[in-house]
Ligand binder design. Structure first.
Ligand code: ADP
Ligand code: MG
Length: 589
């Protein structure tokens, strides 16, 4: 075939392949146009999963009669004019190709009127035929009616899911855009039913709650920070409402929904140890950054972006969420219910952490933990008990231990009711925080051995030793090969020795992990995992008898340790049985 220039219709159909993969993409483009037009109300009508009909009406600025033909032309936009404009995009659209692309794969009818003109105009495109514009009577605003989508590109139609599934996607797409535009009222209707109706809201938090469902309100925590020109606001869920799907995790950049694996990772990292790794936390987060620091023009649908300083944004996100979670009481409630089958199920936790009436900084609830350097003489908690004494700001009175049951659980009382604590899980959490903190500050003291402790190793473990060199250095562990079948330990953390952690067993396990590649390659994750191993070994075990003073020490530290209601593996450390529940169960109310 000789080289030739493609006809405009084919060019637009090819472009459509990038922008409109399915009806939900059409909905996205049309609703974004309505948002850009300053609409205060946007209505979406769906028929046949969006393939038969997808109509979006708004009360926005409208299009002047003599520009209507341009709106549907390729590369025609009112939103940018120069290359520099690309660096400061404040609108959702700017490529000027959506309407032309959609028109190329459907029959598109558009009616529009500006507020200042008496009559409106309408224009219809079907393939490369354009009819109009012709004057018509219509209210101010714009209606774009897309019919017979993909009827000329059957290949595309084959990839679509069922009508119901496509309709659901459309609704989710509109919902996502609605999250970042609380001031606009939205409706989505299909088959004579309203699928979604959102009233205009003045508070962004209210819109988020409208979308997530009111019942989740007490489970949401507000996050707000500003650092180095990055501002972040949003609501994150308590660990108890993490879900098996990622539908409740949504990120926005300057009002635009984005997909970014690295930032999703940052969010997941913030929940590390708090939720099962197979679940996804609830987090609706809005980033605002100077548009010049982001490239939104890397993907035709603009859902992926490129940040100039991605590390900064990663860290802002991760720390903001971690701090917020640390400041909240995450103790799940032990629910007693009339149905014996669900008795003692762990349920989402207690009351409202705080209302979202007005946006204010999250800082006031922060408890900070400032450990005193230096090791305690013995036992698991001498230091922390001292720190506790010096800690100025405990929000609530600490729990008082009542009894140890089955050598494994501490039953305690606090002002809300009864706490049941898994002693190993809690102590493990405390050890983890203590170790991590000391490693970070460089205050984890080690004990030098008079003569090295010898660990017998195999070839894999010896290889492991090479890999964990930098990690061991951080932990204050000095170890060297002795020949081919042994490793000598010259120094080992005092804290672990005091907790009677056997250096031989610990090193054997660590080196085996490193040797078989079971340790994560990322340094920080590897450190966390190693600290997990250490804390598990150093913690009191189930079955260890604790005297009253030891129980009291553990409980005091519980309040100090960040996120103390979960152990590093995401299991709860503490369950709460509220006094109200007890009263209800005993028929006192
Ligand atoms: P883009 O949004 O990238 O500019 P589009 O093809 O989506 O490109 O739209 C082309 C132009 O048509 C827009 O720049 C805008 O001027 C006009 N337009 C489209 N939809 C609307 C609307 N709902 N209200 C007002 N103007 C609109
Ligand atoms: Mg557009």
């Amino acid at each position: 075939m000789p080289i030739r220039t493609l006809p405009p219709l084919l060019i637009n159909q090819i472009a459509a392949g990038e922008v409109v993969e399915r009806p939900a993409n059409v909905a996205k483009e049309l609703v974004e146009n309505s948002i850009d037009a300053g609409a205060s109300r946007i209505e979406v009508l769906v028929e046949g999963g969006g393939c038969d009909r997808l109509r979006v009406s708004d009360d926005g600025c409208g299009i002047p009669f003599d520009e209507l033909h341009l709106a549907v032309a390729a590369h025609a936009t009112s939103k940018i004019g120069t290359l520099e404009d690309l660096d400061r995009i404040a609108s959702m659209g700017f490529r000027g190709e959506a309407l032309a692309s959609i028109g190329a794969v459907s029959r598109l009818h558009m009616a529009s009127r500006t507020a200042s003109s008496e009559a409106g105009g309408s224009i219809t495109t079907e393939g490369d035929r354009i009819e109009g514009p012709v004057p018509i009577g219509c209210p101010p605003g714009t209606t774009v009616d897309v019919q017979q989508l993909f009827s000329r590109t059957p290949a595309r139609r084959k990839f679509l899911k069922s009508e119901g599934a496509e309709t659901r996607r459309i609704r989710e797409t509109v919902q996502r855009l609605a999250l970042s535009h609380p001031g606009i009222a939205f409706t989505v209707a299909s088959g004579g039913r309203i699928l979604m109706e959102l009233a205009a809201r003045s508070e962004p938090a209210e819109r988020v709650i409208d979308v997530l469902g009111k019942e989740l309100r007490p489970e949401l925590l507000e996050v707000e920070v500003e650092r180095d020109g990055v501002s972040l606001w949003g609501l994150v869920g308590r660990p108890s409402i993490a879900r098996p799907t990622s539908r409740h995790l949504q990120l926005f950049l300057n009002g635009r929904p984005i997909v970014d694996r690295s930032l999703v990772h940052a969010i997941r990292e913030a929940y590390r140890g708090l939720i099962d790794p197979g679940r996804t936390p609830t987090a609706i987060l809005f980033l605002e950054i100077d548009p010049a620091r982001v490239d939104v023009n890397v993907h035709p649908t603009k859902s992926e972006v490129r940040f100039r300083d991605d590390r900064l944004i990663y860290s802002v996100l991760r720390h903001a969420i971690m701090d917020r979670l640390a400041a909240a009481d995450l103790t799940p409630a032990l629910r007693i219910d009339d149905d014996p089958a669900s008795r003692a199920a762990v349920l989402p936790s207690r009351g409202v952490e705080r209302s979202f009436g007005a946006r204010s900084g999250p800082g006031h609830e922060h408890r900070t933990w400032t450990p005193v350097p230096g090791e305690g003489p013995r036992g698991f908690d001498a230091d922390e008990a001292r720190m506790e004494m010096q800690a100025p700001l405990l929000a609530t009175a600490p729990a008082v231990p009542v009894i140890q049951v089955h050598g494994s659980y501490i039953v305690a009382e606090d002002e809300d009711g009864v706490l049941i604590i898994d002693q190993h899980a809690l102590h493990e959490r405390i050890m983890f925080r203590t170790l991590l903190d000391r490693v970070t500050r460089g205050t984890l003291d080690s004990q030098r051995m008079l003569s090295p402790i010898v660990v017998d190793v195999d070839a894999l473990q010896l290889e492991g030793l090479e890999r964990v060199g930098p990690l061991l250095l951080k932990l204050g562990i000095e170890a060297e090969p002795i020949g081919l079948h042994a490793v000598g330990i010259h120094a080992f953390p005092v804290l672990l020795l005091e907790r009677r952690v056997d250096p031989v067993e610990f090193m054997g396990e660590l080196l085996a992990k490193a040797g078989t590649g079971a340790l994560p390659p990322d340094e920080e994750t590897a450190l966390q995992e190693t600290l997990d191993m250490m804390s598990c070994r150093a913690a009191v075990k189930a079955g260890d008898h604790l005297n009253e003073a030891e129980m009291a020490d553990l409980l005091r530290q519980r309040d100090l340790v960040e996120r103390s209601s979960r152990c590093p593996h995401g299991r709860p450390t503490t369950l709460r049985l509220s006094i109200e529940d007890l009263e209800k169960q005993f028929g006192r109310r």
